[in-house]
Design a protein. Structure first.
Length: 192
């Protein structure tokens, strides 16, 4: 079960979208921006939503830009969000992450991933999906403090291992499909 007082949902929307060629948060599926689709999808979770992005995309939501002193990519985003909570909202113990480009993300994500004082990563058919995760703030802060900023940018799988994240299995992997290219966007729009 989730606790709206101590947990947040973070939509990861700060990627460079190289394969898409434009900001995926602004890409539309059936006339709705991906960022709005994800906010609507998880609005009923009762968790406050924060965007991991350089802007709020006119949503009015809080947003946390990546700290340039942290690694590039999603690990830098997780470090930045964890630091933001530590400084601005110390009562927050952890946060769930979902990517902005996964319009069918599992709605039971928060229920299945949450465990006291633990990090967890979604998995299906033997494949881990580390952008769909629960991150304990203290664990992430501890890893961040021990990470050598001169080393290459680590992956979310690396972060999961460092945090001792457990994997939680889903039987159906369709909710973990994301949209990375214009061709995948066209296919998604045809499905709708």
């Amino acid at each position: 079960m989730t606790d709206a007082k101590t947990d947040y949902l973070v939509i990861l929307a700060g990627g460079q979208s190289r394969r898409m060629g434009r900001d995926k948060a602004l890409v539309e599926i059936q006339g709705i921006r991906m960022i709005d689709h994800m906010i609507d999808r998880f609005h009923s979770s009762e968790l406050p939503i924060v965007l991991s992005a350089a802007q709020d995309y006119t949503t009015g939501l809080e947003y946390v830009p990546d700290n340039p002193n942290y690694p590039d990519g999603p690990v830098g985003a997780i470090f930045s969000v964890s630091e933001y909570f530590a400084q601005q909202k110390p009562e927050i113990t952890g946060f769930f992450t979902v990517p902005v480009d996964a319009p069918h993300a599992p709605l039971d994500l928060m229920i299945k991933l949450k465990a006291p004082h633990s990090c967890a990563i979604a998995s299906s058919n033997g494949q881990v999906h580390p952008v769909f995760a629960y991150w304990d703030c203290n664990m992430v802060q501890s890893v961040k403090q021990s990470h050598d900023p001169e080393s290459r940018s680590p992956s979310l799988r690396w972060l999961g291992r460092q945090c001792g994240a457990k994997t939680v299995e889903w039987a159906d992997d369709s909710g973990f499909t994301n949209i990375n290219t214009p061709a995948e966007l066209t296919a998604m729009n045809k499905e709708q």
